[in-house]
Design a protein around this ligand. Structure first.
Ligand code: ZN
Length: 274
């Protein structure tokens, strides 16, 4: 059986051992997302400075690929606007982030990564920083359209208005709404289908079962961060395999297949080996 986690990080805690745990629990495929620049001890002064981050991430994904099927997602985290902006000014930060997104898209074009990640801050920011963040996000949609890849988005908490606003930004750049994957989504799968964005449901509590009772149009994730200071956060690496097992036991085998195989294949334009 194929079991796919749509959003996981490897950082400074279990590293590749997390993938071994995932595999032991029944996991087969995972999308690994690069972290913020400071996680790599890098302070980017220009977009090209993300190259070292992306290269390091791709190396890790290569190693992970020997354990389970791993796909690379290259992230320019929305919180970089604050990290970089506090030192270099917010306008410069936005420009650096846009350039870094273009760099990420080049890796996608070369077939080294399957998606980019962008978004807008999940915490309170000034109106000006919010405006810049939306411009960065819109730029992510533009470069994703050019290389025909999805954008995982990290955003403020889910609201219909917020998601609809983001959908319109995608429209402006001609990126299909379903190519915008809302990371850390609640099981509001019907609402998301109406808006058109694609939800990656966080596998906490009975979210996965709740989502499956309504639709099969979603992905599932742990957002495992692999941070030694917060081990097991957000959810441990064995969570998705467990939840998928529960889903199958509850009679939703077809939904499990859809969310672990067909949906990722369609969204990311990949073929999942079985
Ligand atoms: Zn994450």
């Amino acid at each position: 059986m194929i079991v796919t986690d749509n959003h996981m990080h490897l950082y400074n805690h279990l590293r590749l051992k997390a993938l071994k745990q995932f595999k032991q629990a029944g996991g087969t495929h995972v999308f690994l997302i690069s972290l913020l620049s400071h996680h790599y001890g890098i302070f980017p002064k220009k977009g090209e400075d993300f190259k070292d981050i992306f290269e390091e991430h791709l190396k890790l994904v290569g190693k992970g690929n020997q354990i389970v099927g791993c796909y690379a997602v290259l992230s320019v985290h929305p919180a970089e606007i604050t990290v970089i902006g506090q030192k270099l000014g917010y306008d410069s930060a936005a420009e650096i982030m846009k350039d870094a997104l273009e760099l990420a898209a080049r890796y996608v074009a070369e077939g080294k990564a399957v998606a980019i990640k962008s978004g807008r801050p999940h915490y309170e920011v000034s109106d000006y920083v919010w405006k810049l963040s939306n411009e960065v996000l819109q730029h992510a949609f533009s470069v994703a359209r050019d290389v025909d890849c999805p954008v995982q988005i990290h955003t403020e908490s889910f609201t219909i208005e917020g998601m609809a606003e983001i959908a319109k930004l995608a429209d402006k750049e001609g990126l299909k709404r379903e190519k915008v994957v809302k990371h850390f989504a609640p099981p509001a799968v019907e609402e998301m289908e109406e808006i058109g964005l694609f939800p990656s449901v966080i596998a906490s509590g009975d979210n996965v079962l709740k989502a499956a009772q309504k639709s099969s149009r979603f992905l599932v994730e742990t957002d495992y961060i692999d941070d030694a200071k917060r081990p097991g956060s957000v959810l441990g690496p064995k969570t998705v395999p467990r939840k998928i097992k529960e889903l199958v036991e509850a009679g939703y085998e077809d939904v499990a297949y859809k969310i672990c195989v067909e949906n990722p294949e369609k969204i990311y334009g990949i073929e999942i080996d079985q």
